[in-house]
Design a binder for this molecule. Sequence first.
Ligand SMILES: NC(=O)c1ccc[n+]([C@@H]2O[C@H](COP(=O)([O-])OP(=O)(O)OC[C@H]3O[C@@H](n4cnc5c(N)ncnc54)[C@H](OP(=O)(O)O)[C@@H]3O)[C@@H](O)[C@H]2O)c1
Length: 116
Amino acid sequence: MVDTTTPADVAGPRRHALIVGASRGLGLAIAEAYLARGVHVVGTVRPGPRTKLHPLREQWPDQLEIETVDITSVDQVAALRSRLQGKTFDLLLVNAGIKNDDRETIADVSPRTLFV
Ligand SMILES: NC(=O)c1ccc[n+]([C@@H]2O[C@H](COP(=O)([O-])OP(=O)(O)OC[C@H]3O[C@@H](n4cnc5c(N)ncnc54)[C@H](OP(=O)(O)O)[C@@H]3O)[C@@H](O)[C@H]2O)c1
């Protein structure tokens, strides 16, 4: 990964990012890039086994919090919202996919899937 750290990034007040779907893919890559820039990251994974995000917590224990949520579960989303109550974020990235596989485009996703 390219090191994009600059003095301006690490100087001022710490920034906070919430990345939903940070276990792999773009969410993981963006989480790692922000951590390297000194940003405090809350990254979510689905409940289950250890993911590729977990080793980053060993690398950045003071900067990375790992939360769990499955965004198709109303109860889990509500519980996450409750746990994050009082925190503020400079960036929200919802990377959790809504397509079912690479053959679908967004136009193929049913309203029921989109608005579950
Ligand atoms: N990669 C690209 O070049 C690209 C380009 C254009 C658009 N996109 C779109 O951008 C989105 C993310 O891409 P990506 O490559 O990062 O996809 P990805 O590798 O499939 O990662 C998706 C992330 O979302 C999480 N996720 C999926 N369903 C979830 C759910 N129900 N609740 C919570 N988390 C869930 C996954 O967690 P798990 O590990 O638990 O599955 C994973 O962390 C996708 O919608 C993709 O179609 C990607």
